[in-house]
Design a protein around this ligand. Sequence first.
Ligand SMILES: N[C@@H](CCC(=O)N[C@@H](CS)C(=O)NCC(=O)O)C(=O)O
Length: 207
Amino acid sequence: MKLYEFGPTRSLRVRWTLQELDIPFEAITVNMLKGEHLQPAFLKINPAGKLPALVDGDLVLTESMAIVIYLAEKYADKGFIPADVKQRAEFFKWIMFTATELEQPLWRIARNTNLYPAEKRQPTDVEMAAEDFRPTAEVLDEHLAGRKFVAGDGATVADFALAYTLDWANEALLLGDFPRLQTYMTRMYARPAAPMRIATAFAAAMR
Ligand SMILES: N[C@@H](CCC(=O)N[C@@H](CS)C(=O)NCC(=O)O)C(=O)O
């Protein structure tokens, strides 16, 4: 199994899952700072030029959430996807919530602060995205009251993906009013198989 990854990117969701599963994998760094994600060698794997990508035999899979779900299902005996159909529905709900609700304002902020060419960045969209993040975080915050894991009774890949996304929010200075989300995230990152925090991975990538 090969993981195409780069430092602090969403590839950390997949690295986290592979490390929790404790299965061997080959890590291939695609240096985005050098534009390697847009070179023909990588575009053959993901024509969209985006990370992460997983290659497992003849399966080439992109989209971080699809990859972590695939891995959880392939190694279902490890328990990182609920077996019970109702708990699994909750699990899908929180994975979708993470990808579409929680992440979306963070992506808008990242694009308008770092990724778009300077002249195209919209400072007002950064403000609006931060405003949009708050009610979404409140919903999650309420859900996590009295819970250790986001879905079901044990850790699932939804927790790994969510904790990474909360670390991203933390980097965007959006978690200050959400101590419960901070506590949950820190607890997840204290797991022995957790990957580097985003800031550490970023610093390492810059070296
Ligand atoms: N929805 C995709 C997003 C993938 C994505 O945008 N990855 C970023 C890094 S976190 C990327 O490769 N960006 C390169 C670009 O947009 O040119 C996923 O979750 O895998």
